[in-house]
Design a protein around this ligand. Structure first.
Ligand code: SAH
Length: 268
């Protein structure tokens, strides 16, 4: 295990690499994130991975109640002493990857989820969160910029791929701003970015079978340079391209979400 010492004001906690710990220490960036979230009284706000409370402290000043989900027991223990209104804090010591977030919904108020996420589990965590659908109002997260660009990418860009299509099937995804490595302790190797996901209450485009959509999208993007005709050989009903009006000579990065769904609906 690699241990990187933090500066003395972090009260001796040593960042644990296996928990993806990179702690924010720049007040301006912290305020910018909190302003993007814009939490209001009465909302149900949940933070994933509070760490040393960089975001937790300003968030808790804005709401009556804040729930945090933290895997590292030592950090969880230290949290009450690091926030201004500890009586407003509920600490859930759990793995966010396995946690049932729907149990935090009360009075039918969907969750607003926030986090500077552990980068090593970002993709499975996002897909786990997407399973809670209408229990979530929105999510504001920080991840590697490169991943955020893929999540928010539009067709015909080099970032557009499986992650873009699958996340955008469930959510509206917005790139917000970039965050340089130097504002973290220890600094990660890459530039980060903050983004917003708003799960659709009613999805604008619905696949007959979401598993088939996921399978098709994964398949065509592992063969990015192949035409759809070649990569989807024997996977679609006869006449699928004619019926959907999609050019069989096209490459996957040119297709919109609606077109992927149309093809997935033609899978045999
Ligand atoms: N929000 C803090 C810490 C970010 S580091 C800040 O911005 O400074 C990522 C945090 O996620 C750490 O506190 C780490 O312990 C926690 N974490 C890592 N894996 C987790 C998991 N599976 N479930 C919940 N928290 C996790």
């Amino acid at each position: 295990m690699h241990i990187t010492p933090l500066n003395p004001k972090d009260e001796g906690h040593q960042a644990r690499k296996r928990f993806g710990q990179n702690f924010l220490h720049d007040q301006r960036v912290i305020e910018k994130i909190v302003r993007s979230v814009n939490p209001k009284q009465g909302e149900t706000v949940v933070e994933i991975g509070p760490g040393l409370a960089a975001l937790t402290a300003p968030l808790i000043s804005e709401v009556e109640h804040l729930t945090v989900v933290e895997l590292d027991r030592d950090l969880a223990k230290g949290l009450p002493s690091r926030v201004p209104y500890p009586e407003r804090l509920t600490i859930v010591e759990a793995d966010a990857l396995k946690y049932d977030f729907s149990q935090l919904v009360n009075e039918n108020k969907p969750l607003r989820i926030v986090g500077n996420l552990p980068y090593n589990i970002s993709t499975p965590l996002l897909f786990h969160l997407l399973t809670f659908g209408n229990a979530i109002q929105d999510m504001h997260f920080m991840l590697q910029k490169e991943v955020v660009e893929r999540i928010t990418a539009e067709p015909n860009s080099k970032e557009y791929g499986r992650l873009s299509v699958m996340i955008q099937y469930y959510c509206q995804a917005t790139y917000l701003f970039e965050v340089p490595a130097g504002v973290f302790n220890p600094p990660p190797k890459v530039t980060s970015a903050v983004f917003r996901l708003v799960p659709y209450k009613d999805k604008p485009i619905i696949a007959k079978n979401e598993q088939k959509l996921a399978q098709l999208v994964a398949h065509v993007f592992t063969q990015r340079r192949k035409t759809l005709r070649n990569s989807l050989k024997n996977m679609l009903n006869d006449g699928a391209f004619e019926r959907t009006g999609i050019d069989e000579m096209a490459r996957p990065e040119t297709l919109t979400l609606a077109e992927f769904v149309a093809l997935a609906d033609e899978m045999v």
